[in-house]
Design a protein around this ligand. Structure first.
Ligand code: GLU
Length: 479
């Protein structure tokens, strides 16, 4: 059993492209079959330097290793369409010999005129109505067209169900362009046949061209693979196709922002598919076990970045809880604030262990952990504007911090003792946690958020913790 992912190297791997890789990957793996990567690089105008490497790297990062394709090779290579020209030409010649393809040197101006003529008459433009009577011999430099035989065609789409199309959608499509390279329409048919592909999974935008493809399969006597049209990915409001403005970034941007590969895989697999339960978190192995085409929905699936971030938070916790903090720490390279570079792994691991359950992305580490690595900028307005602290005078605030400092100076610095001492301080000062703890929390971090006070203090260490409280007292007193 073979499936394939056939991206074009245009330099940008969009969320929808990746889903077109995930589904065939899952199908292949659950059938113990092979997943092929084929680079569709015949459109030289769209080719972007480095784009193939980006595709390969992204697939590897996601854990979607291919069994046949670039780098790994395979029995039906090459796996770059630009290197398969002789193969397409051989198949094209078969069609010519059968009288089912013709060279067409009609100029683009002339073709435009045909189009306008049809528009003026309000009839659909079909090139086959203008098929030249005496086509030249085919040679490179002249496009080659298929000679269509329009008729009613029926087929089954694994997602969309039974389909039917009339002759009006079938035309003399171009097989080989003037530059000698094949069109997608022709190349993918030849390749899928030569590479023994059983399932062709691609976006639903290709569905309307299927009748033209069927005509080519039929003419060449090729086995038609199972056709799988994946629903559109819609923007967050569900009305229209997902655009960049809806927050749909390239996979690379998500990666750089600290989204885990597990999340992308999980979230995209569920974009248009569910297993019939309420479950939302799936590992790759779960997906391999549970995925089925029969549960892929036919209508568009809504992309929701908030949900993606939620899922990423779940995955961050899952990795830390199931594989340990070291495993999560191993993923955080490049996500720490600049100032963290002077600290060792052990200290950063401690910081991670008390903050990970608040992270939505690994990139959040950059904004949420600064005060563990550098002195925070004292900003008394954070105290003055705090809804629990604003009613206290500066004297009282300073007194509370002094009292805290005196007590903490005498204790052994462990999370548990800190917790108990802070609780005792509540009783002694007759303050609520929202008052005393918020005050100390701000005094040591000047951050909008920090983990529970005993945890933060214990990681910062006695010297730093007390020094920061002292500095805030000085600032309050000189304010
Ligand atoms: N190269 C096409 C694309 O990137 C692939 C479509 C297909 O999978 O056949 O959209």
């Amino acid at each position: 059993m073979k499936t394939r992912f056939a991206p074009s190297p245009t330099g940008y791997i969009h969320i929808g492209n990746v889903r077109s890789a995930i589904y065939p990957y899952l199908l292949a793996k659950q059938a113990h079959g092979k997943f092929i990567l084929r680079i569709e690089d015949t459109d030289q105008a769209r080719y972007v330097e480095g784009a193939t490497e980006l595709i390969e790297e992204t697939l590897k990062w996601l854990g979607l290793d291919w069994d046949e394709g670039p780098i790994v090779g395979g029995p039906n290579g090459p796996y770059f369409q630009s290197e398969r020209k002789p193969i397409y030409h051989a198949w094209a010649k078969k069609l010519i010999a059968m009288g089912r393809a013709y060279a067409d040197d009609t100029s683009s101006e002339q073709i435009q005129k045909y189009r306008e003529e049809c528009n003026a008459k309000k009839i659909p433009y079909l090139y086959r109505n203008f098929r030249p009577e005496n086509p030249p011999e085919w040679r490179e430099g002249i496009p080659l067209r298929f000679k269509s035989d329009p008729k009613v065609r029926t087929w089954h789409d694994e997602v969309m169900g039974d389909m039917k199309a009339g002759p009006e959608v079938q035309d003399d499509i171009i097989l080989i362009k003037a530059d000698g390279l094949p069109t997608y329409n022709f190349a993918h048919i030849v390749d899928d046949a030569e590479m023994d592909v059983d399932y062709v999974c691609r976006g639903v935008e290709y569905l309307s061209s299927v009748p033209n493809y069927l005509a080519i399969y039929e003419t060449l006597g090729l086995k038609i693979p199972k056709l799988v049209s994946l629903p559109h990915i819609l923007g967050p409001t569900g009305g229209k196709k997902l655009g960049k403005r809806d927050g749909a970034k390239s996979v690379d941007e998500y990666r750089k922002g600290g989204i885990l590969p597990e999340t992308i895989l999980n979230y995209l697999a569920c974009l248009g598919w569910n297993d019939g339960t309420e479950e939302e978190i799936y590992t790759k192995n779960d997906l391999i076990k549970k995925f089925s085409l029969s549960r892929v929905q036919t209508s568009g699936a809504r992309f929701d970045e908030t949900k993606l971030l939620w899922a990423n938070g779940q995955w961050i916790r899952k990795i830390a809880d199931e594989q340990g903090i070291d495993a999560l720490y191993g993923r955080t390279n490049g996500f720490w604030p600049e100032s963290a570079k002077n600290y060792d792994d052990e200290y950063k691991k401690k910081v991670l262990s008390i903050i990970y359950d608040r992270l939505k992305t690994l990139g959040d580490l950059r904004e949420m952990t600064n005060y563990f690595f550098e002195e925070p900028k004292i900003d008394l307005t954070m105290i003055m504007k705090n809804k629990f602290l604003k009613k206290l005078s500066e004297e009282e605030l300073s007194f509370l911090l002094q009292k805290t400092m005196q007590r903490l100076e005498t204790i052994e610095w462990s999370e548990e003792i800190l917790q108990n001492t802070l609780n005792e301080l509540l009783v002694e000062t007759k303050k609520k946690p929202a008052e005393l703890f918020s005050l100390v929390r701000i005094a040591i971090s000047f951050a909008p958020f920090s983990p529970a006070l005993p945890l933060t203090l214990s990681v910062l260490g006695k010297e730093v913790g007390l020094a920061r409280i002292g500095q805030t007292i000085t600032a309050l007193e000189s304010a």
